[in-house]
Design a protein around this ligand. Structure first.
Ligand code: UDP
Length: 389
């Protein structure tokens, strides 16, 4: 049965969680809609995919809250948050379910759910650990979940476990790994970006790439350090500072100069053709220094038919089997990363094996269709139970 879902996301930018929501929202269109708390490229992307979008601007007090706790949700922010929750509750009329996709969206949706008497399903795409979130934020989130939210859909076991460790109610949680449109991603990777190497002045030099927003915990600096041990190896840094982390972006450029890597490090900024870019490099890298909730880029690298090296923490451990579907290295350790890159570049048979098994792993374990079937089942059961109340 078609369900009318009001999805909610705080961001106007295209992060991994936002890209994952696009496929889900498309599946539930045209009966469903996405509310964003800020305008930006995410809205354009959703609309281009045929999804209805409404922007309800977040008050400044909510926009300024940082995950590490800076600018915490002070009392001054409360009236603005309540006003936004009331607007969201009005927008939720006629929908079966409110489905927030981010933390701030969860806070506002939980309040709106109470006001509008609608069930709330939260897509949990974060590791609620002290490394990632301050204690007040973790407490607020688990309290709202335990009291108000009907179901928490965690995108990995790692996200689910951190939620429970933070005090979240285990019975509310289901683990549902993100599903990717594997056929579309294979197609988009194609044979790569034809003139990329030439445009960078490269012929046969080895080329590796990292494809994440520029943020300290995404670990691009670890790659720069590793490059100092890999003479002749070039690297693409694809991605931009999406969530106010410009200082880190500048730091990366400074390190590149300080370590004499200007000729070998290529900053490409945010790109809309990641699969094809991945296909154009010799190795796809995931360098996060803290546990990753899931790590879409790892799956995209596999679907671009490239060997993947990822850091051994969080959701990455649920995707990659070390030495089979990819290589795993300890987070934050540049020498280990350099050694793994060297290994893959030097051993063609290993690289081919990683590609073949990685591709199979992504296709068999992370397909969109089977994920949507399970999600539909969860949603049907929630809506049916609410209808009986
Ligand atoms: N991405 C992109 N353009 C870029 C860099 C990244 O479209 O320049 C995409 C990337 O392909 C992936 C997503 O952003 O789909 C990042 O997702 P991931 O789960 O790896 O990290 P997150 O941003 O959610 O922490």
């Amino acid at each position: 049965m078609t369900r009318r879902i009001l999805f909610v996301d705080q961001s106007g930018q295209l992060g991994g969680g936002e890209l994952s929501l696009v496929d889900v929202a498309v599946h539930f269109s045209p009966e469903s809609e996405v509310v964003l708390f800020e305008d930006g490229p995410f809205r354009t992307h959703l609309e281009a995919a045929g999804v209805r979008v409404q922007v309800l601007e977040a008050p400044r007090g909510l926009r300024n809250v940082r995950r590490e706790g800076g600018g915490g949700l002070g009392l001054g922010a409360v009236p603005g948050v309540l006003a936004l929750a009331r607007r969201l509750a009005r927008a939720a009329r006629g929908y079966d379910l409110i489905a927030p996709n981010t933390q701030k969206a969860l806070v506002v949706s939980a309040l709106a759910g109470v006001l509008a008497r609608k069930p709330v399903l939260w897509f949990l795409r974060d590791i609620l650990s002290p490394e990632h979130f301050s204690r007040p934020i973790r407490q607020l989130v688990v309290t709202l979940c335990n009291k108000v939210v009907t179901r928490v859909i965690a995108n990995s076991r790692a996200s689910a476990e951190a939620f429970v460790l933070a005090g979240g109610n285990l019975r509310r949680v289901r683990v549902l790994h993100d599903g990717l449109d594997t056929a579309a991603l294979l197609r988009q990777a194609g044979e790569g970006v034809p003139d990329l190497r030439a445009s960078l002045g490269l012929t046969t030099e080895p080329l590796v790439g990292v494809f994440s927003r520029l943020s300290p915990w995404k670990g691009q600096h670890v790659l720069l350090r590793a490059l100092t041990e890999l003479p002749g190896v070039h690297a693409l840094l694809v991605g931009d500072a999406l969530f106010g982390e410009e200082a880190y972006a500048q730091e990366l450029r400074r390190l590149t100069r300080e370590w004499g890597l200007e000729d070998r490090v290529h900053f490409l900024g945010f790109r809309g053709d990641v699969p094809a870019l991945m296909r154009s490099v010799d190795v796809v890298l995931h360098t996060s220094t803290a546990a990753e909730p899931l790590g879409r880029v790892i799956l995209e690298g596999m679907l671009a038919r490239r060997p993947v090296i990822a850091t051994a923490a969080g959701g990455a451990l649920e995707i990659v089997r070390d030495g089979e579907s990819g290589l795993l290295v300890p987070p934050g350790e540049a020498p280990a990363l350099a050694a793994a890159i060297r290994r893959v570049l030097d051993d063609r048979a290993l690289a081919e094996r990683l590609v073949a098994r990685g591709l199979r792993r992504a296709q068999e374990g992370f397909g969109l269709a089977s994920m949507l079937v399970r999600l539909q089942g969860e949603i049907d059961s929630i809506v049916a139970v609410e209808a009986e109340r």
